[in-house]
Design a protein around this ligand. Sequence first.
Ligand code: ATP
Ligand code: ZN
Length: 303
Amino acid sequence: MAAPDPYRELRDRLIDAELLFPTGVEGLYGRSQTYQEIVAAIDRMVHRWGTELKATAVYLPPVLARSTFNSTNYLQSFPDLMGSVHVFRGNDRDHAELVRRVETDGDWPALLEPGEVVLSSAACHALYPMCSGRLPLGGRRYEVSGFCFRHEPSPDPARMQAFNMHEVVYVGDHDVAQRHRDEGLVHGLGLLGDLGLDVTPVPANDPFFGRLGSALAAGQIEEELKLEGVTPICSEDKPTAIISGNCHRDHFGLPFGIETDAGEVAHSACVAFGVDRITVALLVRHGLDPAEWPGPVRAGLFR
Ligand code: ATP
Ligand code: ZN
């Protein structure tokens, strides 16, 4: 008999409880009302923090301008995770061929062309072109949220292809950006701790692609550019990142022409809450029925 797989087991439990609905594609789910109420409560929690920081809230669509994507360097680092939107721009004859192909199981996507948008890989990417030019004195804070896509099909219900991310972002001076990440992550860990989650900060790296990728990942760890808060969801040995704090330095300031009030290239930093992962972590930690969760957790979250 095959060894039990804790990832599939949890996914099946969430589906049996009708918290998530399967779509036939790994990592792609419909969400129940109960699940969605937890998502909304986490979003409100992050929004309360954003309001304290006087952050401007921006709610984003799940797609990103292709021109923005081209400047983020995402394709160079994570070609395996991205997704592109393709559209039909043909005439009547092309349409007839498209229909013929779809009805004969032919290669109809070959008749499509790249659209103006790609799928969004991280909520904060859409923000940077909005910041081009001179920033006000002290920089700016934003709170950005929306659906993201990453092509990483998995039976792990905490590793979705389409998932919600809610970030608190600073754009401006380099020392303030560093502090935003450091203090912001500590604050975020505190918020998650208040929900009864046992979250540990660890140095982390992004999953850079290919041979050059391992060198980039090692550099990122060495310079502590990325920290994650991890909590056990399916495994005590391999806890899952439910929040991350990222120092981008001038990675976005440079290509998007963002300047501090003093005319220097702006730095940026973000604290990113993995809203779906936090939802799944809460369901694992406190049980599949939020009505039965401990009073203080309910009172803290559902306000
Ligand atoms: P991982 O190393 O687990 O793949 P990541 O380092 O790529 O995650 P980030 O780019 O820092 O993740 O994304 C911010 C947050 O979004 C993560 O901390 C995580 O909580 C969440 N997240 C990332 N990928 C997924 C996914 N496939 N499904 C659900 N949530 C995700
Ligand atoms: Zn970000």
